[in-house]
Every structure is written in structure tokens, then in C-alpha cells.
Design a protein around this ligand. Structure first.
Ligand code: SF4
Length: 370
């Protein structure tokens, strides 16, 4: 099979194997990959021909205390660090959500370290308090490794943890903590974190009780290209069974201020990975273009390489920015998201977490373009 045959197979609805994905990575031209990925994006989301969606959201890190010591993480502080370790109060969290709702935001992403002091009662009371105060806000919170941590600390099953949090108002789970879902890589970069099977056990249980989730990848951690394709394959196998993943979000690893010193990934590598995400993940509807590590301008290009969604404006991103890299990009405001989408000739559409339309923006309505 030539690479053109493999791309044709994908466009005709066939599944690209791990080995074929490796061949596409090494042998296909970047623009051939982009064209195929864009066509597949339009097949899945016909409206993406004319528009791109984004969500107004906020990341809130409720604690930075963590005992998991991932080598790629510059965010955590060890248990007992009285100087820099924190647990946010409910009032602090409420104020941040008020700032989100004041600009029409709809999604809050509560994420934190694995704090040994925090068990299920803390998480239940946090979700309940947020939902009581902000019933309209979608609580898209707690990565698989946090859920695993809660289960361990509280001596509960993963399903019990998820059910109890759902009963308090948890709406969906983010895909964070995936990095590369191949245990050889995880043993090297995050030996104390959830292994691949545990990560998927959490998402499977979430889907089984009616919580949808997202899926992610952080590439550039020393994995092989085959391992990246295995990561895609692992996600699509669970998706075949449950259909619970709404979207996929890949981004590159930023190693500054972390224990790991890895070469920075290039823009063309990112576009190749975005396109391959769309081509390999044939059963996940939405693909998000990230801007924190890749920059808003490359995100604009990614919207023509298979991504249909600009992702979140992420008011207050603390985890990647903890690397203190000067190569990262400062926050994107709602107006800037509208402008960036308008500039590529698409209609900016604010969506909620369920990908339902919140507002269709006209470019003229954006002060940034005036
Ligand atoms: S990535 Fe998450 S689990 Fe790993 S050390 Fe950082 S906060 Fe802890």
C-alpha cells in the first residue's frame, strides 16, 4: 500500500492501523495529511466547513499538593510544603467562577494534585458547593488519576467515587493525565501515576454511569512514533465499546523547569500530530486545536488540518505555565478567540461542553477586530 492508498482508505471509512499510522507519520507529505484530515473533519462535522467552535472555560487548581512526582510536572509541591503548597478555599473558588460567569463562561475545570489529605468527602462537598452556587455551570472536572487517587485514599471503588461525585453534580471528566498511554513511557516519566489500564478503567466506569469525557495526548516525552499510534489505538478501542469520548486534545510537552530536558517540538510536528489525530481517531467527533503550547497562530492553521474546535480560552492556566517557559503563550480572551477564528474566514461559535451552540458571533461584534 502506498501512503496515498492509506489516506484513501481513511477517507472511504476504513480504519488506519498502528503500522499504517507510523508510515503516514514518516512518509506522507504534511499537506497531504492536512488535506485528508480536513476532509475527514468535514465528513464528521459538516458545519466545520464554515465555522469553528470554542468554549469559555476556566481551569481552577484547588490544590497543588501531590505525592506522585511526575518528572514532567513543574506544578506540584510536596505534602508538608507549608510555604508554597495550597488548598483553595470555597470562597476563592467561587470568586473565580463568578469571574467566569461574568464573561458568559459555561465550563469549569477543577483539577489538582494528589493531596493525601483530601478524600471523597472533600470532593463531594466541593462539587456540591459549586453546583449549589452556580447550577448553570458545567463541572468538567477531575482527571482519571485524581479519581484513582480519591478511590485509594477513601478505600472506595472507582465506580463508587464517580457515582458519588455525579450525584453531587459532576457533569463530565477531562482527559488529563493521559500523557502517553503506553506503560513503557509511563514507567519512565511518571512511575507513580495511573497506568494505562487504570486510566481506561476510570473512563470506562465514567461512561458506564453516563458521564462523558474527553481524551488527550502530550507528545514529546521520549515516546516512539509507534507508541503515539498505540495511544490513538487504545482510545479508539474503548470508544468502540462505550462511545463516551467527546473530543481529543493533543499538545506538545514543554520541559522547561521540569526534571526532564527534552527538545521542543516544532510547529510542523504539531500539525502532523493534529492531522494524524483526526485520521487515526476515526470514532471521536471533535478535535481541539490548542494554543497554550503551540500559540494562537498555529491553532488557526490547525483548524484547517483536521481540528474543528479552538478549545477553551482557559482563563487561568497554571499547570503548563508552571514550567515558566518563555515559549508559552499568554492567555487568549473570548474576544481574541472570536477574532482568531474570524481571521481564517470561519464563523466563531461559542459552544458549551456538550458542543451545543451558546452563541453564534459575527466578526463585527468583536471589539478586537474593530
Ligand atoms: S502531573 Fe499531576 S499527578 Fe503528576 S506530579 Fe503533577 S500534579 Fe501530581
Amino acid at each position: 500500500m502506498t501512503v496515498q492508498d492509506i489516506l484513501r482508505k481513511a477517507l472511504d471509512g476504513g480504519r488506519v492501523s498502528v503500522g499504517e499510522g507510523v508510515r503516514l507519520y514518516h512518509e506522507a507529505g504534511l499537506f497531504d495529511l492536512g488535506a485528508a484530515a480536513n476532509a475527514l473533519c468535514v465528513q464528521k462535522n459538516p458545519e466545520s466547513r464554515a465555522r469553528a467552535t470554542f468554549v469559555v472555560d476556566r481551569n481552577i487548581n484547588y490544590t497543588n499538593t501531590c505525592y506522585t512526582l511526575c518528572k514532567f510536572c513543574a506544578f506540584y509541591r510536596l505534602p508538608g510544603d507549608k510555604k508554597e503548597g495550597y488548598v483553595r478555599t470555597n470562597e476563592e473558588i467561587f470568586q473565580k467562577i463568578e469571574e467566569l460567569t461574568a464573561i458568559g463562561g459555561t465550563q469549569v475545570l477543577l483539577q489538582g494534585g494528589h493531596n493525601p489529605e483530601l478524600g471523597i468527602e472533600y470532593y463531594e462537598s466541593l462539587v456540591r458547593a459549586v453546583k449549589e452556587r452556580f447550577p448553570e455551570v458545567h463541572v468538567h472536572s477531575f482527571s482519571a488519576s485524581e479519581v484513582w487517587h480519591i478511590a485509594k485514599v477513601s478505600k472506595l471503588s472507582v465506580r463508587e467515587v464517580l457515582t458519588r461525585l455525579k450525584n453531587m453534580g459532576l457533569n463530565s471528566l477531562p482527559g488529563g493525565g493521559a500523557e502517553i498511554l503506553v506503560d513503557r513511557v509511563r514507567r519512565v516519566v511518571s512511575p507513580l501515576k495511573t497506568k494505562t489500564a487504570e486510566y481506561f478503567e476510570v473512563h470506562r466506569a465514567a461512561h458506564e454511569i453516563g458521564l462523558r469525557s474527553t481524551s488527550t495526548m502530550v507528545y514529546g516525552l521520549g515516546e516512539t512514533i509507534e507508541e503515539r499510534m498505540m495511544h490513538f489505538d487504545a482510545y479508539r478501542r474503548l470508544q468502540d465499546e462505550t462511545g463516551g469520548f467527546r473530543a481529543f486534545i493533543p499538545w506538545s510537552f514543554e520541559s522547561e523547569s521540569t526534571e526532564m530536558k527534552m527538545p521542543r517540538q516544532t510547529g510542523s510536528e504539531y500539525l502532523r500530530m493534529i492531522a494524524l489525530s483526526r485520521i487515526l481517531l476515526d470514532n471521536i467527533a471533535h478535535l481541539q486545536a490548542g494554543w497554550v503550547t503551540e500559540g494562537p497562530k498555529l491553532s488557526q492553521v490547525a483548524l484547517g488540518f483536521g481540528a474543528d474546535d479552538f478549545g477553551g480560552i482557559l482563563m487561568e492556566e497554571n499547570v503548563v505555565s508552571a514550567t515558566k517557559s518563555d515559549k508559552l503563550y499568554a492567555g487568549v480572551t473570548k474576544d481574541e478567540a472570536i477574532r482568531l477564528i474570524s481571521e481564517i474566514g470561519k464563523i466563531p461559535v461559542q459552544r458549551n461542553t456538550n458542543y451545543e451552540v451558546v452563541k453564534i458571533h459575527s466578526p463585527e461584534a468583536c471589539p478586537a477586530t474593530a
